[in-house]
Design a protein. Structure first.
Length: 194
């Protein structure tokens, strides 16, 4: 009697995260149980427990996997000179990271209260602030600091607010990036676009 080969640990973990995120998005984080996730995957609850003890563990795992490019971007950014080119590169890379993490960001937008209560809420806030620090000059006037914050939120809006607007997702991402680049360019060199 031949047994079917078990998928590698990473594959199972990935499948659990994908199915969980789908269920969280469809019926809400609070209303989704570990039992339902296991049933959807056709695995036992014990098999699920092997990888994740709680729903929060699953969400943190998803967040960490999708957010690794942002961590790497921040680590790279702190080693770079504060030139306009560096800032534009940070925005471009962040835009791509957001595109890759779109399902998670949509979930977070629709479940803000839940996310705020979980540990990832603080982590997200910290990462956004770290990115803003890379974009704004330390002595920047308040209006230019607002422009740098707005640049990041413009890219977030490119995922959330624009999802109901007709058009190609990649075109929407590029449009949001274009506006973010304008904001940071203006903040970096206030003499432009006066």
């Amino acid at each position: 009697m031949g047994s079917t080969p078990q998928p590698r640990r990473g594959n199972t973990r990935q499948r659990i995260q994908d199915v969980a995120l789908e269920l969280f998005a469809e019926q809400g984080y609070e209303k989704t149980s570990l039992r339902e996730i296991a049933e959807q995957l056709d695995v036992t609850k014990a098999a699920l427990y092997y990888h994740f003890k709680t729903k929060e563990d699953i969400l943190v795992g998803i967040f960490e996997d999708l957010n690794r490019p942002v961590e790497e971007l921040i680590a790279w950014g702190v080693t770079q000179p504060r030139t306009l080119e560096t800032k534009k590169e940070i925005l471009s890379r962040y835009s791509e990271a957001l595109a890759g993490a779109a399902p998670l960001f949509r979930f977070m937008q629709e479940n803000q209260a839940t996310v705020r209560d979980l540990s990832i809420g603080e982590t997200i806030k910290g990462r956004v602030l770290a990115l803003v620090d890379l974009l704004k000059d330390p002595e920047a006037p308040l209006a230019d600091q607002v422009r740098c914050f707005s640049a990041l939120f413009t890219m977030h809006a490119g995922i959330f607010a624009m999802k109901d607007v007709e058009g190609d997702p990649e075109d929407k991402r590029k449009a949001a990036l274009e506006v973010a680049l304008e904001l940071v360019t203006r903040a970096h060199d206030p003499g432009t676009a006066q």
